[in-house]
Design a protein around this ligand. Structure first.
Ligand code: 6GU
Length: 250
C-alpha cells in the first residue's frame, strides 16, 4: 500500500517511522511519502491560509497550494506505478472512523491524506478531487483537534495492522474488540500474565484450570460486563447468539 500525507507539519508524522507502522515500512509493506504543503507556495511568507468568505473567526486553507500539491503527489504516484488513489480528509465533520472503515481503507492500494490546520480546506479542493477519486472525510471522535495530523497517525495505525503480513500470528487481529465473529462488538475483558501472585493479587482460578470451554465462557462474561459498563450502546449491536438464557436473567 502507498500512503501520501500533505501537511504544513511534516515532522508531526515522524512517528510513522516507529513501531508497527515503522516496521511495515522497513519491510516494504507500506510505502509512505510525507510532503510539506508549503513546497507549493511561491510568496515570501509561504502563505497557505486566508480569511473566510462570509466572515467569521479563523482562517481557511487556500485552494492553490492544495491543488498544486495534490496534482504533483498524484502525478508522482502514477509515474511510480501506484493506482486507484483515494483521498482521506481528516475533519471533525467527517464520517466517524471505526474498524469497518479501517478495513475498507486497508483494501485500497493508495491513500492520500490531507490533514488541515485552521478551519479546514476551501471546499472547492475536495469537490474537485471527488470528481476523480473516492473521497473519505473522516472524524476520529467527538472532540476537536487543532489539526488533522494526529488523526492521520490514528487512521494509519488502524489500517496498517490490517495489511497482510504486518501483524505476526501471535498478535493476530482475529479477536480484536471490533472484529467480526461471535464476540463482535464486545470489548475485550481483562488479561493477565506471570507472575501468578503480585502484591497479594492472584489470577482468576479459571485461567489456570486448563478447561478451554470454561475459559472461553469466562472471557465472554467479562467482555459482556465491561461492554455493559463502558459502552452500553454496543450491547444493542451484538449478535443475539452472543447472549444465552443465563444472560437474560442477569
Ligand atoms: Cl479528523 N480533525 C480535527 N481537527 N479534529 C478532529 C478530528 C479530525 N476528528 C475528531 N476531531
Amino acid at each position: 500500500m502507498r500512503l501520501d500525507v500533505v501537511t504544513i507539519f511534516p515532522e508531526y508524522l515522524d512517528p510513522l517511522n516507529v513501531s508497527l507502522v515503522g516496521k511495515a515500512r522497513a519491510r516494504g509493506q507500506l510505502n509512505v511519502h510525507v510532503h510539506d504543503l508549503r513546497s507549493w507556495t511561491y510568496d515570501r511568507h509561504n502563505t497557505v491560509d486566508d480569511t473566510p468568505y462570509g466572515g467569521g473567526p479563523g482562517m481557511v486553507m487556500k485552494t492553490d497550494p492544495w491543488g498544486e500539491a495534490l496534482d504533483a503527489v498524484l502525478a508522482d504516484g502514477y509515474e511510480t506505478g501506484a493506482h486507484q488513489p483515494a483521498l482521506v480528509v481528516p475533519t471533525p465533520s467527517g464520517r466517524p472512523f471505526n474498524q469497518e472503515l479501517a478495513v475498507e481503507l486497508s483494501e485500497r492500494p493508495w491513500l492520500v491524506f490531507t490533514p488541515a490546520r485552521y478551519e479546514g480546506i476551501d471546499r472547492r479542493v475536495i469537490d474537485e478531487y471527488a470528481t476523480r477519486m473516492p473521497v473519505y472525510e473522516v472524524s476520529i471522535g467527538d472532540y476537536v483537534l487543532a489539526g488533522g495530523e494526529a488523526a492521520v497517525l490514528v487512521v494509519t495505525e488502524a489500517v496498517a495492522r490490517l495489511l497482510p503480513g504486518v501483524l505476526g500470528n501471535a498478535e493476530s487481529h482475529q479477536d480484536d474488540s471490533f472484529a467480526p465473529g461471535a464476540m463482535a462488538n464486545l470489548l475485550e475483558g481483562p488479561v493477565y500474565t506471570k507472575p501468578p501472585q503480585w502484591r497479594e493479587r492472584g489470577i482468576p482460578d479459571v485461567l489456570l484450570s486448563g478447561h478451554h470451554g470454561k475459559i472461553a465462557r469466562w472471557r465472554r462474561d467479562e467482555a459482556l460486563k465491561r461492554t455493559a459498563a463502558n459502552r452500553p450502546d454496543l450491547i444493542e449491536r451484538c449478535e443475539p447468539k452472543v447472549f444465552d438464557k443465563k444472560d437474560r436473567e442477569m
